[in-house]
Design a protein around this ligand. Structure first.
Ligand code: 6PG
Length: 259
């Protein structure tokens, strides 16, 4: 593994997605254990898409597994699931049983296999009218975190090859929203609405971990992490910068080929 600092973030470059996922699982477990011990709860927002599937499978496998840990380490699968509260960074506007649903993906790969109490799983209701679903999720966040901006213990994020993250896409209205916690964002390139946490919510997190894999992400990753300000400032992932938290990029060599 090689690592470097870029724009205030730590970037770890691992051989492939399997190593990225093993490292992410270890950090997930460590964070969960620390938060559960400190406050009795671990509040995490999951990412959608395909990249995190491998991580979720590692977490679901749990237990001791030398083969799944980064080289030289053992994966400590002792995760306090009963004290874990699960949220999402974004969701497609589809029912929970739709194959495009981020909730469905996480349920099949992880949630169905670990003992998280059902009332601690807080999905975005993609089946509802988008603006209403976003407002309802803001109410969920207020109920779970109290008034003000929720501070997640951990938010997992991915990045598209256009530099989007969560469902904050280039040139979409949500990029400019500094008031809301959750919005229904119109994504013209997809001709659809998406439900997403806003930057206001993302950047309040205690820890954000990006998982990025594959050569198709290389140019976006270079643009997002480049020091010169005018380089593709429109790439949404570039605007993820926790105001009082840690930001870590876990990427594979294919995605990091330009570094
Ligand atoms: C989603 C995700 C989205 C995802 C990126 C990367 O709903 O799809 O929240 O932001 O993380 O599009 O997706 P892949 O991991 O499939 O490349």
């Amino acid at each position: 593994m090689r690592s470097f600092e870029q724009r205030g973030a730590r970037v770890e470059v691992w051989r492939d997605l399997e190593e990225v996922s093993a490292r992410a699982a270890q950090l997930f477990a460590e964070t969960a254990q620390a938060c559960a011990a400190a406050s009795g709860a671990f509040k995490v927002a999951l990412s959608g898409g395909s990249t995190p599937k491998a991580l979720y499978a590692v977490l679901a496998a749990g237990g001791e597994s030398a083969t799944l840990a980064p080289p030289g380490e053992r994966f400590d699968g002792n995760i306090p699931w009963r004290q874990t509260h699960v949220f999402w960074s974004d969701e497609r506007c589809v029912p929970p049983d739709d194959e495009r649903s981020n909730y469905r993906m996480a349920d099949k790969t992880l949630l169905a296999h670990v003992p998280i109490p059902a009332n601690q799983i807080h999905r975005l209701r993609g089946e509802d009218e988008p603006a209403r679903a976003a407002q309802d999720y803001e109410s969920v966040l207020s109920a779970e975190f109290g008034a003000g901006v929720p501070r997640f213990d951990l938010i997992l994020l991915g990045m598209g090859d256009d530099g989007h993250t969560a469902s904050l896409f280039p040139a979409s209205p949500a990029l400019d929203d500094s008031e809301r916690l959750v919005v229904a964002n119109r994504v013209e390139k997809l001709c659809e609405y998406r439900l997403t946490l806003t930057f206001r919510t993302l950047n309040a997190a205690a820890k954000i971990i990006f998982l990025v894999s594959g050569e198709s992400k290389a140019h976006a990753l270079r643009a997002v992490l480049a020091d010169d300000v005018n380089s593709h400032a429109l790439l949404p992932a570039r605007l993820v910068a926790p105001s009082n938290g840690a930001l870590l990029w876990l990427v594979d060599e294919a995605a990091a080929k330009l570094f």
